[in-house]
Design a protein around this ligand. Structure first.
Ligand SMILES: NC(=O)c1ccc[n+]([C@@H]2O[C@H](COP(=O)([O-])OP(=O)(O)OC[C@H]3O[C@@H](n4cnc5c(N)ncnc54)[C@H](OP(=O)(O)O)[C@@H]3O)[C@@H](O)[C@H]2O)c1
Length: 351
């Protein structure tokens, strides 16, 4: 079983944009990454300047190669998307190898497929399977869990994501076109198809973003949240300009603008929860949604390896980890965090 906090961590899709951030973050945190993915040439190129690292090429349709790639590891971080193509085979190999599995999917059907296919086997094998441990999905799940701490009352939650720009990677574009499924929200306590057309409105971010036009765009967070919190509603909004960016074929990919390779993109995630008569709010800001996914997923991998997870099987971040402690560990270096106040006009006004 993957119990050692020093066990190596396989990065599947290591040479992708997000994969490179994950490899760097593992090294920064003192862990040993093993570089995996389907393109041996691109894996070999990553050894330039890092000859001590190990590469283990494997395709997702080669179970034996995948098993070999995971042998002796403590966890695998799958950053190869579309996850509709990779999450099931990589998570299956992880469970068979007794290795914790994490991915960074924003795709709702990929998370649902992992829950449906892996819950029993992961629990039986004593490993944790954590889909969507990233900016979209896991971060909102942790924030919501933290803001609802101390209550078991049913709550309704709005997650508003503000991006000043969205420069999409090739992987984001391919993943978007691979997944035609209608998005889901939580309404009346159940996962429900998003209204068509998607609701729009205005959101008052309590940061420099200020008031912004937003449109309902749920990512993987409602699927995670519906699994472990008593929520009557989960609504997710994104700044309309960011959706325009990602939909435009002319928007360039992210370019490195600092020493860590992060783009200049700024983000805010604002979670407002209604619990009975009480309104609670938690807000986080940071830089570069791809780069920030690396400290998020690596922090989770470390907590799985050193025994700070509260269970096994398929689980949401807020279910498996102490959400408050997790977020604090990334503050202030990676994320800023603030709570309240909640202005009366915080909500989105549907047009
Ligand atoms: N939830 C979030 O907040 C979040 C954050 C970051 C990234 N993501 C997601 O993570 C994925 C990767 O993003 P990225 O920015 O790193 O994109 P990227 O730079 O284009 O990298 C994509 C990676 O996935 C690999 N890949 C794709 N299909 C594969 C398959 N069938 N088998 C094996 N490998 C495969 C690619 O390998 P090849 O070059 O060999 O095709 C490459 O290594 C996307 O789905 C993106 O949406 C989500």
């Amino acid at each position: 079983m993957p119990s050692s906090s020093h066990a190596p961590v396989v990065v599947y899709g290591a040479y992708g944009h997000t994969g490179r951030f994950v490899v760097d973050e593992l090294l920064r945190r003192g862990l040993t990454p093993i570089l995996s993915g389907r393109d041996e040439t691109r894996l070999e190129a990553m050894l330039d300047g890092r000859p001590d690292l190990e590469i283990r090429p494997a395709r997702t349709d080669e179970p034996e190669a995948l098993a070999g790639a995971l042998a002796g590891a403590g966890a695998v971080v799958n950053v190869a998307g579309p996850f509709l193509d990779t999450a099931l085979p990589v998570s299956q190999a992880a469970i068979a190898a007794g290795v914790h599995y994490l991915d960074v999917t924003a795709e709702q059907p990929a998370v649902e497929a992992v829950y449906a296919a892996r819950s029993r086997d992961a629990a039986a094998a004593g490993v944790a399977v954590v889909p969507a441990m990233a900016f979209y999905g896991g971060l909102a799940d942790l924030l919501t869990t933290a803001v609802l701490a101390g209550t078991t009352e049913p709550a309704s939650v709005t997650v508003a994501v503000g991006l000043d720009r969205w420069w999409p990677t090739a992987g984001t574009r391919v993943t978007g076109s691979r997944n035609p499924a209608r998005r889901q929200v939580v309404a009346d306590g159940r996962l429900t198809p998003l209204a068509d057309p998607a609701p729009t409105g205005t959101w008052h971010f309590p940061t420099a973003f200020g008031e912004q036009p937003v449109v309902a765009v749920p990512f993987s967070e409602p699927i995670l949240l519906a699994r472990h919190l008593p929520l009557t509603a989960v609504d997710s909004f994104l700044t309309t300009s960011a959706l325009t960016d990602v939909r435009s074929p002319d928007t360039p990919p992210p370019s490195p603008e600092d020493a860590d390779g992060r783009s200049a993109q700024q983000f805010v995630v604002d979670v407002v929860a209604q619990v009975g008569d009480e309104t609670r709010r938690i807000t986080t800001t940071g830089r570069d949604i791809y780069a920030v996914s690396a400290p998020l997923v690596v922090e989770a991998a470390i907590r799985l390896l050193d025994g700070r997870a509260t269970g096994t099987g398929v689980g949401a971040p807020g279910e498996l980890f102490d959400a408050e402690d997790f977020l604090r560990a990334l503050t202030p270096g990676t994320l800023s965090l603030r709570r309240g106040p909640v202005a009366e006009d915080v909500g989105t006004r549907a047009r």
